[in-house]
Design a protein around this ligand. Structure first.
Ligand SMILES: [Zn+2]
Length: 434
């Protein structure tokens, strides 16, 4: 049955839309967007007071399957994505086995076929993400990966990183770098600074990230590769990128909502849900990241969704796993803190969370126009809601935003013309066949 969305406020800068429109879907395609559409025999969904956007893309998630299904599965991770308004997500290869081979990529793609949102696999740079020997990058490309990364681990050996960039370039794949000098980071558990000192926790200096960003920029310049910096977290990192971009290098970067919003001060109280890698930094870093995004130095907001079990996050801060379960809170956090406060516009946010990631991954996002695939996010700015661990779709309940009251919430997610998430009546339902 055709679906007719009525009275929505539609925003899509790439198709010059910002106003009240009706939108008609037939099967998986958008067939009309007009000021008023009246057609009989379709499912009518009234979206008065709601904002309809091109489907969001998160280019950095961990779905944990295969190997760590107790933390998340492709199915549950995609449900969390749908609840967060994401219609496409890219998943990192640090599974077990690591996605360093065609068979694992094929397995992920097969599982993703049954999931509610689109999944783009990322292959690893080195075999086993161990940093020692290059993965078969050509075969990974053939299997359909859209980028390579050893995310979770840095590629410490500069010669291997150089070769990875050379191979990746010949397959037009971006290299997503987890920038961390392991020797400098040591066994640190939080940002090295005032709070690590007063809390008595081992620190990870900002330099651990910055020296690797500097190295990777130099290697990208040498090889001509497309370097993408994952989860940028420091002010100096932004400046290194600013300089590299001035020189015309093909370098992009992402930042997470938690690094834009939280600082190391949040670690007071030793809540393991604040433990993340890279760590929450100083307020100076946080402000520089916001400015870097505004200035176009940082291209993308990605969640780095890293779900863990309850036990992984239990007990002592030193022993807890690193990571935040981020898919379900991202858009509300960004709306509440940035759009509603006039820091970013919706147009900017769509660059950070839809068009930017699509461009980096080399996938097509037609947005909201006649003939495009109907991947759509609908947001209600009038709902205020309390983040509840119990109600999260993700298996990972590890969020430092638990019990926060946020303004604005995703109410519908449409993937290839199917409503996969419906929260119009507050029921937050995932739908598999419609
Ligand atoms: Zn990650």
């Amino acid at each position: 049955m055709k679906k007719l969305f009525k009275n929505a406020f539609i925003i899509d800068p790439s198709n010059d839309l910002a106003g009240k429109y009706d939108l008609l879907l037939d099967a998986d395609k958008i067939v009309a967007i007009k000021k008023e559409i009246n057609q009989e025999g379709c499912m009518i969904i009234d979206l008065k007071g709601k904002i309809l956007l091109p489907g969001l893309i998160d280019m950095h998630t961990h779905l944990r399957e295969p190997g760590f299904e107790e933390k998340e599965t492709i199915k549950t991770g995609c449900e969390a994505a749908a609840a967060g308004g994401f219609t496409t997500i890219a998943c990192m290869p640090n599974t077990n086995p690591v996605a360093d081979n065609q068979a694992t990529i094929e397995y992920i793609k097969a599982r993703a076929k049954e999931a509610v949102v689109n999944v783009i696999p990322i292959g690893s740079i080195t075999k086993g993400s161990s940093g020692k020997e290059l993965a078969e990058i050509g075969f990974l490309s053939e299997a359909g990966v859209k980028a390579i990364s050893d995310d979770g681990n840095p590629v410490m050996n500069s010669e291997i990183m150089r070769r990875a960039m050379e191979y990746a370039s010949s397959f037009s794949l971006p290299v997503i770098s987890h920038c961390e000098d392991k020797n400098l980071a040591g066994d640190g558990v939080m940002h090295e600074g005032y709070y690590s000192t007063i809390l008595g926790l081992k620190g990870i200096p900002a330099a651990a990230e910055e020296v690797m960003i500097a190295r990777d920029i130099i290697l990208a310049e040498m090889t001509g590769a497309h370097l993408h910096i994952a989860h940028l977290s420091t002010a100096r990192g932004v400046e290194l990128l600013r300089d590299a971009k001035k020189r015309g290098l093909k370098i992009t970067a992402e930042v997470t909502p938690h690094h834009l919003l939280l600082t190391d001060q949040k670690v007071k109280g030793y809540n393991p849900d604040t433990k993340v890698n890279p760590p929450l930094r100083s307020d100076r870093d946080r402000k520089a990241l916001c400015k870097g995004l505004k200035d176009g130095i940082i291209n993308v907001i990605a969640t780095d969704h890293a779900p863990h079990t309850y036990e992984d996050k239990l007990g002592e801060y030193d022993l807890a796993s690193f990571g935040i379960s981020g898919l379900e809170t991202a858009l509300s956090l960004l709306y509440d803190n940035f759009i509603d406060k006039n820091v970013f516009t919706w147009e900017e946010l769509l660059d950070f969370m839809a068009y930017g990631p699509a461009e980096i991954l080399g996938i097509k996002h037609g947005g909201l126009k006649k003939g495009s695939t109907a991947d759509i996010t609908v947001f209600d700015p009038d709902i205020s809601w309390k983040v509840s661990k119990e109600k999260m779709k993700s298996r990972g309940k590890n969020t430092p935003f638990a019990n926060n009251v946020l303004q604005g919430r995703v109410v519908l997610t449409v993937v290839k013309g199917n409503i996969v998430y419906n929260n119009m009546n507050g029921e937050a339902r995932i739908l598999y066949d419609n």
